[in-house]
Write a protein that binds this ligand. Structure first.
Ligand code: KIV
Ligand code: NA
Length: 265
């Protein structure tokens, strides 16, 4: 398999080929993603919830992210590796650059992901991109804003809120982001954002019209405690291995079978 690259993701959008992204937090599961032909592995700060058992992603530190990113990097070869900037590591440009340097230079990520489009986030995107660290933006239901939102709530339902998300998408693209994760928004807004920007849009609970999809590994294997999010699907049901479940997820994203209407808002 040819290595997946940042320019290669743009080519996939241009050619209408769906991008398959999935989280991983350790080397063995990274290897499962690699062998299933997943395009992009994300070391998400969701590890604070599914690995560490916290109620939010806020307690995750840069040291935690570096540790897990380095482990995942050892399990990958062709799959592109993206790592989250954890809560407050983007508080200003020097901290964002330090986080980028460690996640890319030390741990082996090819790209870092940053939530929101506040002025300091746009500054961080510009500073990282100027230093040749590609950035994935993350808009909509950004989990690091859980206290501002009052819970993990769908964003962009009202007209004004939808226009705001659209403006933010154009702003992160203008700042130099190469990829955009759009989480927890109505499918109609997912479609508008995907058409409005030239960078690939990866949806999670953002409908079927995005340029690709991402899920949290533990959700799509049905091992996350509690209720599965509406936008996720347990791909292990009816299959006899983790490898088969991950392969089915990739196949269903590429064919357009996932997400189905019951996974959308
Ligand atoms: O942390 C994470 O897993 C994420 C995805 C849900 C996009 O940011
Ligand atoms: Na995250």
């Amino acid at each position: 398999r040819k290595p997946v690259t940042v320019p290669g993701l743009r080519a996939m959008k241009a050619e209408g080929r769906q991008i398959v992204m999935l989280t991983a937090y350790d080397s063995s599961f990274a290897w499962q993603l690699e062998t299933a032909g997943i395009d992009v592995a994300l070391v998400g700060d969701s590890l604070g919830m599914v690995v560490q058992g916290h109620r939010s992603t806020l307690p995750v530190t840069l040291d935690h992210m570096v540790y897990h990113t380095a482990a995942v990097a050892r399990g990958l070869s062709a799959t592109l590796l993206v790592a989250d900037l954890p809560f407050m590591s983007d508080r200003d440009v020097p901290h964002a650059l330090e986080a980028g340097a460690r996640l890319v230079g030390e741990a082996g990520a090819a790209m870092v992901k940053i939530e929101g489009a506040a002025p300091h986030v746009l500054d961080a995107i510009k500073a990282l991109v100027e230093r040749a660290i590609p950035v994935c933006a993350h808009l909509g239901l950004t989990p690091q804003s859980v206290h501002k939102f009052g819970g993990f709530r769908i964003q962009g339902r009202e007209q004004e809120a939808a226009e705001r998300v659209l403006k933010e998408a154009l702003a992160v693209e203008a700042a130099g982001a190469d990829l955009l994760v759009l989480e927890g928004v109505p499918a109609a807004l997912g479609e508008r954002v995907t058409q409005a920007v030239s960078i690939p849009v990866i949806g999670i609970g953002a409908g079927p019209h995005c340029d690709g999809q991402v899920l949290v590994l533990h959700d799509m294997l049905g091992v996350t405690p509690g209720k599965r999010p509406k936008f996720s699907k347990d791909f292990l049901v009816g299959r006899d291995s983790v490898a088969a479940a991950i392969k089915a997820y990739a196949d269903d994203v590429r064919s357009g079978a996932f997400p189905a209407p019951e996974h959308c808002f």
